[in-house]
Every structure is written in structure tokens, then in C-alpha cells.
Design a protein around this ligand. Structure first.
Ligand code: AMP
Ligand code: ZN
Length: 111
């Protein structure tokens, strides 16, 4: 997808070290961390919103959540973490390529 920053990162056009990568997703550090540890899990397939879900995309997200659970220790998230997916204008989404925020590395504030 043209002009999508996460597609450019996935393509390697914008350098961003990958903490994990497979055929369906990458995990990178958020450039503006909102917690001691703040990662983004980004599916390699471009779509913006959970409301655009279909069978293939739901398989991709299932894979992401399964893999996040598998690699949590190597990411330093063994003591727990918060998952956030911002959706659309009111959800505060700024990058319109669906991504999963992983926040942890410390006790997070209630919200
Ligand atoms: P959202 O507001 O849910 O769309 O989240 C987008 C996130 O992407 C924000 O937390 C940004 O800090 C992060 N971000 C934007 N550009 C980059 C980048 N080049 N590398 C890593 N994270 C980025
Ligand atoms: Zn994209």
C-alpha cells in the first residue's frame, strides 16, 4: 500500500530493527514509547480496521496473538502486558495499517 509507513517498514524501505519476524507479522519497538517497553506487532498484510475482518485476516490476527504469547518472555513481557488496538478517529488511530500495541516492562497505570 502506497504511503503506508508500516508497509514501508515491512518492505525494508524504512529501516526498523525487528525483534521478531515470520511470514505473517513483524514486531518492532514503537518510536515513541508510552511505557518502559512498547512494541508494535504489525501484520504483513495491509488492512486498517478490525471492522475489515474476513476469514484470512482473522487467521492472521489469530497467528499474531498466538505468537505474542509464545515470544512474551524474550520481549521482557513475562510479568504481564497490555494489548491495545486503536481503531479509527475516536480510538486515536494514527497509522491506518492495523497493529497491536504491546505495553509492559513495568506496572502500568489504571485506565
Ligand atoms: P496508533 O496511534 O495506534 O495508530 O499507533 C501508531 C504508532 O506507531 C504510534 O505509537 C507511533 O509512535 C508509532 N510509529 C509511527 N512511526 C513509527 C516508526 N517509524 N517506527 C516505529 N513506530 C512508529
Ligand atoms: Zn500498510
Amino acid at each position: 500500500m502506497e504511503n503506508c509507513i508500516f508497509c514501508k517498514i515491512i518492505a525494508g524501505d524504512i529501516p526498523s530493527p525487528r525483534l521478531y519476524e515470520d511470514d505473517k507479522m513483524i514486531v518492532i519497538r514503537d518510536i515513541e514509547p508510552k511505557a518502559k517497553l512498547h512494541y508494535l506487532c504489525i501484520p504483513k498484510t495491509h488492512f486498517a480496521l478490525l471492522t475489515e475482518m474476513d476469514a484470512d485476516r482473522s487467521e492472521i490476527l489469530k497467528h499474531c496473538f498466538t505468537k505474542i504469547a509464545e515470544i512474551k518472555d524474550q520481549l521482557g513481557l513475562q510479568d504481564g502486558y497490555r494489548i491495545i488496538i486503536n481503531q479509527g478517529e475516536n480510538g486515536g488511530q494514527t497509522v491506518h495499517h492495523l497493529h497491536i500495541h504491546l505495553l509492559g516492562g513495568e506496572k502500568l497505570a489504571d485506565f
